[in-house]
Structure formats: structure tokens, C-alpha cells
Write a protein that binds this ligand. Structure first.
Ligand code: ADP
Ligand code: MG
Length: 254
């Protein structure tokens, strides 16, 4: 049994260190240590590990919440049998977040329902768990955010702030075409991250059609150039997963 004086000292130190799990765990682990005959060092390691592992888990949960993913889609939930054009090894490697330390990009191309958003979110969740700050929005959402900053005269500050995120996910490039101003703002976002921080972009359109989206072939090709210079481009094929269970039945009852 631990003396009351030592216990209250530990509680005081745990508060001073802002390490509440130490207060919660030290008695129980102390009993376990006595029963199992742990060394002092083993006991200390067990107590510290309790604090650190729970801190990491709650940090990851906070980063996942802050990322504003549209849903919790993990790489573990992705069915690679259904999507053979997604290279399982490449995706697993991207899930290890090395691309972020090299400020590389990922582009996911393919028709609707082929798993682009799912894979982007899955890679984003891995990044958040690995300690990276991530932010998700649609292309239209990003443009709105940049327009707001621009109208307040704060575009440069916003771009600098966004560079503190290791990963921005830009979903659905191509669904809605941009006007000239929006295209320019978007180009600035891409330029500001070039060789500094990563982007994941998804699009239903091949690069050859991005000129239509941005209304300007020069802007589109300058942008594609910067995006793909250091990037993995993944082209997904096939039919929509959303429609997978809605194929017309061979026979109908009526
Ligand atoms: P896209 O962004 O390409 O339009 P999504 O990633 O949103 O498609 O996929 C549509 C739906 O189908 C989502 O609910 C997603 O989780 C699911 N889905 C797509 N492909 C797969 C897959 N290979 N394995 C598991 N779920 C998938
Ligand atoms: Mg999508």
C-alpha cells in the first residue's frame, strides 16, 4: 500500500505536469507492480506510458475532428477487391504519411462513386493519427474560404496560416466550374503549397478537361504542372460503388 503522503504528492505533481492520467493510474498500477514484482523502472514506464498513449489518442481524435472530414471512412474499410485499379501497396504506403514529410501531393481521378473521397479521407485519417494537421473541404468550399479572406484583404495571411496544415484535401475539383477570380485564388493556393506542404485532390475529370473547369488553359496547365511535379496520380476506374447493390434485378415481381 502506498502512504497517503506519497499519494497526495503524486497527485500534486501530476496536476503540475497537467498529466491527469497519472493520478488516475498510479494506484492501480502500483498494486499490479507489487503483485507482479515489477522493478521501479518498469512501474515508472507503465505509469508514463498510460499518460502518453492516452494523450496521443486524444490528440489524434482532436485532429480528426478538426479536419472536418465528411464522414469517417478508413483505409481498413476500403474494399480493394472491388476496386482493382487502386494499387493496394501504394495506398498502404501513402497511409504511412511519408509523402507529407516530402510535401508530395496525391491526385485521385475517376468517375463518381469509384472511391476517391473514401481514399482521400482514409489517407487523411492516417495522417491525423500520425500527428499531422489536416483540413478537408470541397474545391468550392476552399474557393469560398479564399474569397472571404481576399475580400478582407487577408489572403496572404490565410495562405500562410494554411501552410501550418501538413495536408489539405480538396475534394470534387470539376463538379462546379470556377470563374476567373476563383481560378486565380485556387492557383494561389496550389502555388503557396508547392514544395512546402501537401495536397490531396480528387476530380471526376481527367487533367485534359481541367481547362474547362478553370476557364483558362494557361492557369490550368500551370496549376497541374505544380501539382503533379511531386505527386502520385491514381486513376480509379469502374462503376459506382454507390450503385453496386442497386443493379436491376434479373426478374421483377411486378
Ligand atoms: P467518389 O468520391 O469517387 O465519388 P466515394 O469515395 O464517395 O466516391 O464512394 C462512394 C461510396 O461508396 C462511399 O460511401 C464509399 O465509402 C463507398 N465506396 C466506394 N468504393 C469503395 C470500396 N472499394 N470499398 C468500400 N467502400 C467503397
Ligand atoms: Mg467524392
Amino acid at each position: 500500500m502506498i502512504g497517503p503522503e506519497a499519494a497526495s504528492q503524486i497527485e500534486y505533481f501530476a496536476r503540475a505536469l497537467r498529466a491527469p492520467r497519472i493520478s488516475e493510474a498510479f494506484r492501480r498500477l502500483g498494486d499490479q507492480a507489487r503483485d507482479a514484482g515489477w522493478s521501479h523502472e518498469e512501474y515508472l514506464a507503465a505509469v508514463l506510458s498510460k499518460e502518453v498513449s492516452e494523450r496521443e489518442a486524444s490528440g489524434a481524435a482532436l485532429r480528426i475532428k478538426a479536419a472536418r472530414f465528411p464522414g469517417f471512412k478508413t483505409l481498413e474499410d476500403f474494399n480493394f477487391e472491388h476496386q482493382p485499379s487502386a494499387d493496394r501497396n501504394l495506398i498502404a504506403h501513402l497511409g504511412m504519411s511519408v509523402f507529407l514529410t516530402e510535401a508530395k501531393n496525391i491526385v485521385l481521378l475517376g468517375p463518381p462513386g469509384t472511391g476517391k473521397t473514401h481514399l482521400a479521407v482514409g489517407i487523411g485519417i492516417k495522417a491525423a493519427k500520425a500527428g499531422h494537421r489536416v483540413l478537408f473541404d470541397t474545391a468550392t468550399g476552399w474557393v469560398t474560404r479564399l474569397q472571404e479572406a481576399h475580400s478582407r484583404g487577408k489572403l496572404a495571411a490565410e495562405l500562410t496560416r494554411l501552410r501550418r496544415y501538413s495536408l489539405l484535401i480538396v475534394d470534387e475539383v470539376g463538379y462546379i466550374p470556377f470563374d476567373q477570380d476563383a481560378a486565380n485564388l485556387f492557383f494561389q493556393l496550389v502555388s503557396s503549397r508547392y514544395e512546402h506542404a501537401s495536397l490531396i485532390m480528387t476530380s471526376n475529370l481527367p487533367f485534359s478537361r481541367w481547362g474547362d473547369v478553370f476557364g483558362d488553359l494557361t492557369i490550368a496547365s500551370a496549376m497541374i504542372d505544380r501539382i503533379v511535379h511531386h505527386a502520385d496520380v491514381i486513376s480509379l476506374k469502374g462503376n459506382s460503388y454507390r450503385l453496386k447493390n442497386h443493379e436491376p434485378a434479373a426478374t421483377t415481381a411486378h
